[in-house]
Structures are given as C-alpha cells and as structure tokens.
Ligand binder design. Structure first.
Ligand code: GLU
Length: 304
C-alpha cells in the first residue's frame, strides 16, 4: 500500500486549492492559531509511520479528547455507564441543549458536549485527581509522559463557556450530575484543552485499531468489547450533525474537534490524525474531511 505517496499527493493538491473554512473563534484563544497549518500522521499496527506537513506541532485537540475520557470512564465503570449517557446519534450541533429536556437530562451520546460533561462527572466520582487520571491514561496510550493541558486555552474557554454551563445546570436539575458544577466544568474544560501533535494523536489512538490493546506494550487498555463499542459510537456520533456525511464520504469511525483536529481508525490496520484549523459550517475541519474522503477512497481502506 503506497500510503506515503497518497498522503503527499492528496495533501499537496488540497493545500493548493481554495479553503473556504473558518477558524473557530468562540473560544478566543483558538482564533489565534495560524489558519494555514496542516498536518497528517498515520500509524500502522506494525508501528510504521507516514506523515506530511506540521504533523509534529501541538494543537488544541478539543473534542477529540472526549474519546479518551469515554474510554477511561468505560474501563472503570463498565456497562453501568450507559445508565447515565446514551449511544444514539444526536443529529444536532455539539453543544445542542434541545434534546436534553425531552431526554430528562440524559445526553444522547458521550461525544456531544453534554455527554462528555457527564463523563467528566463520572471521572470526578471515581478518581481523587481526575485531571491527572486523564493524563495518565493518555500517557500510557501514547507512550509519551509529556502530554498535558494548555492553561491559556483553559482560561480562554472558562471565560466564554455559557452554553456548556447551561448544559451542566440543566443536567444537574435532572439529577444526572453528582458533583459540584464548577468542578465538573473545570475537568471538562481541561479535557478539551489537551494539546497534542498529529503524531502523538495517531499513536495514542492505535489501541482502538487493536481491539483495545496497546500494540507496542501489549497492555490491554480497555477490553475488546469496549473498544468495539467505542468505535461504533465514534462512527455514529463523532462528527456532530455531520456524522452521516463522514460515514458516507470517508467510511471510518472517527472524532473531530473545533481546533481542526480529526482522528480516524481503520480496525486491524491504522489510525490517522489530521490537523487543519479552518472548519466547515458544521464545525469539522474543511480540509480534514476532504483529505480523508480521498485517502480512504484512493487506498481502498474504508470499513465499508
Ligand atoms: N471545548 C469545546 C466546547 O465545549 C469543544 C467543542 C468541540 O471540539 O466540539 O465548546
């Protein structure tokens, strides 16, 4: 499989075309990123690497981190996690509040903001230091103990998190938040403010291509069944109200973030991370979506 050739050619073609996307600015600090950054890194199960562009530059992974939070909470709590959060696509934007009222404070899935906030509440109930537990999880998945939070992004999001505050308050009123609201918001905002490179991201997520096992250390990070179920949720819920479009065009389970990052997994083969900060109207990386559509098509590596 000529992965490197495809990556380079597709990247060069897309980067020379017009990009009508827009960088997210509702978290002011995110708006300061260079909009022309582009990185991609693919890690295979056999630990072969293919990459292009700014793949070793750190960026704010935002909602991509929700998958780490979910994996950690699921590992610790097991199936009872599904009494607190659903597994259905929302068909709505990432911070939508409308379904929460009719669903009586149970978020549709763990990858929208409301669902990830509940996951943070669960982590607070389990761990004495949930923020450290999250980093420990990522360190062991990635093999890199230096990955951490960006405190400037944390402060910036705290100043503007009105909608997320509304979500957590509504869920608290339904009894689905067990800890203090400020603490839950603090953990959630930290989760979103993790900084990683494409190389680190693709390496950290390879356990989902390997039935929950870190192929380098052989550590079983989560069970094979949990890994399968997380991939199913990523496939159905990983791209806000564009999850259908991503399945239709790309055909891989994945997750995006408003920092312009995307992770996508081909079970038994590879994980691929991309970063391009300009977003399409649904909040997903404009070039990221296009790149993955072409890459999976031209290398015939979709799951469908
Ligand atoms: N921290 C962001 C928020 O809560 C994450 C959104 C995203 O990446 O989807 O608004």
């Amino acid at each position: 499989m000529k992965f490197q050739e495809r990556i380079t050619q597709i990247a060069e073609e897309l980067l020379s075309a017009e990009n009508p996307g827009k960088v997210a600015t509702y978290i002011p600090e995110l708006g300061k990123v260079d909009p022309n950054k582009f990185g991609v890194h693919l890690t295979t199960l056999g630990d072969t690497h293919y990459y292009y562009g700014h793949s070793c530059e750190k960026f704010s992974i935002q909602s991509v981190a929700k998958v780490f939070g979910l994996a950690l909470a699921y590992r610790e709590l097991g199936e009872s996690i599904w009494t607190r959060v659903g597994v259905e696509p929302s068909g709505a934007s990432f911070s939508s509040i409308v379904q929460l009222e009719t669903n009586e404070g149970i978020p549709r899935n763990p990858l929208i903001n409301a669902g990830a906030i509940v996951i943070c509440d669960i982590l607070i109930s389990i761990f004495e230091n949930p923020k450290q537990a999250l980093l420990d999880f990522i360190h062991s998945a990635s093999g890199n103990p230096a990955i951490t939070y960006n405190s400037v992004i944390v402060a910036s999001e705290k100043e503007t998190s009105y909608t997320n505050s509304a979500l957590v308050n509504l869920m608290k009123s339904f009894g689905n938040i067990h800890n203090a609201i400020d603490e839950v918001m603090d953990v959630y905002i930290h989760l979103c403010a993790i900084e990683m490179t494409c190389k680190e991201l693709s390496r950290a997520f390879i356990f989902l291509a390997a039935h929950g096992k870190n192929p380098c250390t052989q550590e079983q990070i989560i069970t094979a069944s949990q890994s399968k179920r997380i991939l199913a949720i990523m496939q159905l819920c990983g791209f806000y109200d564009e999850a259908g479009e991503f399945a239709f065009r790309v055909g891989l389970p994945g997750k995006s973030g408003v920092g312009g990052g995307i992770i996508a997994i081909l079970p038994n083969q590879y994980s691929i991370a991309l970063w391009s900060p300009k977003l399409n109207k649904k909040g997903n990386s404009y070039i990221g979506m296009q790149f993955l559509e072409r890459f999976t098509t031209e290398t015939d590596t979709s799951i469908f």
